[in-house]
Ligand binder design. Structure first.
Ligand SMILES: N[C@@H](CCC(=O)N[C@@H](CS)C(=O)NCC(=O)O)C(=O)O
Length: 217
C-alpha cells in the first residue's frame, strides 16, 4: 500500500501567479494516477533554513513521501509516475523522459525569461524581445509533435503533463494563436478531468491564502 504523500507549496503568492505555481504539476499528476496527497505550506516571504535544507534554491514544490524529501518538479513527476501508465515501458519511457527534459530544459527557460519580463518586472520592451525566441521554440515543439496526439507513444504521459504546463502561460497570452496544432494539443491535455480537479484545488488554495491575508490586515 502506498503512503500518503505531502506536496509543499507557498503560503501565499501574488495574484498573477495563481494558476502557475508549480505545485499544479504535482497535483495534476496525483489526480491522473489517483494518489491522495496533503498540502503543507512554507512562507514565501521569509524562507527558513528548514526550507533551504529541503530545497537548496528555496523554491517549491517539494514532495514528501515517508522519509523521502524530493525537489524539482521533473524529478517529482518521474518518481510519482513510476509504475503508472503515465510513465510507459521500453522505448516510450525513454522518449517520455526525453520530452519531459526538453520541456524543462529547452522550452521553459524561454517561457520563464518572457514571463519574468512580462509579469514580474513588467518590462514590456524586454518582454517583446523575449517573445521572439519563445515563439520560435513553440513552433519547434509543434513541429516535433507533428501530427501525433501525444509526445511519447499513443497515450498521455508525464511528458505531455510537463510540456502542457510549460505551454499554459504562453497560450493564455495568445502565443499559440498561430500554432493550431500545438493549441489543440494543449486543449487535449488541459481538458482532462484530472487537470480540472487539480486546478480547482490549486486555485482554492490561493483564494484561501488571500482570505487569510485580508483577515489579518
Ligand atoms: N526547477 C524548479 C523550479 C521551481 C520554481 O521556480 N518554483 C517557483 C514557484 S513555481 C519558486 O519557488 N519561486 C520562488 C523563487 O525562486 O524564489 C522545479 O521545476 O521545481
Amino acid at each position: 500500500m502506498s503512503t500518503k504523500i505531502t506536496i509543499t507549496t507557498y503560503d501565499w503568492v501574488p495574484e498573477f501567479a495563481h494558476g502557475y505555481v508549480r505545485d499544479i504539476r504535482v497535483r495534476w499528476l496525483c489526480e491522473e494516477i489517483g494518489r491522495d496527497y496533503d498540502i503543507e505550506t512554507v512562507p514565501v516571504r521569509e524562507k527558513s533554513a528548514e526550507h533551504y535544507s529541503r530545497q537548496p534554491f528555496g523554491q517549491v514544490p517539494i514532495l514528501t513521501d515517508g522519509d523521502l524529501s524530493l525537489f524539482e518538479s521533473g524529478a517529482i513527476l518521474l518518481y510519482l509516475a513510476e509504475g503508472s501508465p503515465l510513465l510507459p515501458e521500453g522505448q516510450n519511457r525513454a522518449i517520455a523522459t526525453q520530452w519531459l527534459i526538453a520541456s524543462l530544459n529547452s522550452v521553459e527557460p524561454y517561457a520563464m525569461k518572457w514571463a519574468e519580463a512580462k509579469f514580474f518586472t513588467k518590462d514590456e520592451a524586454l518582454a517583446a524581445r523575449c517573445e521572439k525566441p519563445l515563439r520560435e521554440r513553440l513552433k519547434q515543439v509543434q513541429n516535433g509533435l507533428g501530427d501525433r496526439e501525444w509526445l511519447a507513444g499513443d497515450s498521455f504521459s508525464v511528458a505531455d503533463l510537463m510540456m502542457s504546463d510549460v505551454l499554459r502561460a504562453p497560450a493564455n497570452n495568445g502565443l499559440l494563436d498561430d500554432l493550431p496544432g500545438l493549441a489543440s494539443y494543449l486543449e487535449r491535455s488541459t481538458s482532462r478531468p484530472a487537470f480540472g480537479r487539480a486546478m480547482a484545488d490549486h486555485m482554492a488554495h490561493w483564494r484561501a491564502a488571500d482570505e487569510r491575508l485580508a483577515a489579518s490586515e
